[in-house]
Design a protein around this ligand. Sequence first.
Ligand code: MG
Length: 342
Amino acid sequence: MSNRLRIQAEILTLKTKYPFKIARGNQDSYRTVLVRVIDHDGLEGLGEATPQKFYGETCETVLAALETYATAMPETAFDLEEAERALERAMIGNNSVRAALSTALHDLVGKRLGVPLWKLWGLDAAKAPMSTFTIGIDTAEMIKKKVLEAEQYPILKIKLGLDNDLEILRAIREVTDRELRVDANCGWTRKQAIGMLPVLEEFGVTVLEQPLPATDLEGLAAVARASRIPVIVDESCLVAADIPRLVGLVDGINIKLAKTGSLREALRMIAIARAHHLMVMVGCMIESSIGITAAAHFTPLVDIADLDGAALLAHDPYVGASIAGGRIRLPDSPGLGVTARA
Ligand code: MG
């Protein structure tokens, strides 16, 4: 009989408080996969896979991939580097699934050692940055309502990239003078993006994320050259190997676990980006506090955080890292530090 760590999976259905609209879609119900990795004493590590159709994953592909990965699980969680490599050798792609397994393995190690992940990595929880709160694309009236409701967040991230960008920016500035960052989610052409730059400056926008489609690196470089606002790429940068070709073209990268496939890869990306003087942002999907907390643990190393995925939910089934007065608070309990909401 196999002595490998066991995997259990369960689909979580998450609803956002408001339908969440970005340049490529609109929905209010999201399915993620809760992954448990169980050791020989019955101790459980938790992780969450947040499959994105944009990257070719669904809950069904996650569940199928877990069957393959089950045959490559280690006997203990402690050799994390080798454990992650073995998963990658078993099957490439399926990055959200490997991220969930990586998170669960890290959770087990932290629990065994009795330390939270940030402490395992030698980080200072007090250095965790502020998190933005995202305002999805909506009518002017709804935008104003959502901005006012998000009053505990000093920095807002605004989704643009459809045909009402100006209307959204005006609506926001009617009700707040808070810091604004913009994410166009690949929604503009080069001409539109360059035309938007003076408008974004006029409205006091401080960061511009992914103005153009992921593969248009030449266009992104042209926008970044024309822009006084830092240009950060998200959809153009999935893993560490994507970083070298971005150096000198854009100002920073956005790391998300659903793209990286591993916590260790996220740490490698931070190191590589830093070595090239790129800004480092960490982002998220719509997910519960399991996935959000995994990313929150390495935020003391990043410049910018957008970890509002659980805060956007009508009901978050888990409790872990939180956002208080806009600042990310890391849990002190061992491992991931996430528990089911009572
Ligand atoms: Mg983004």
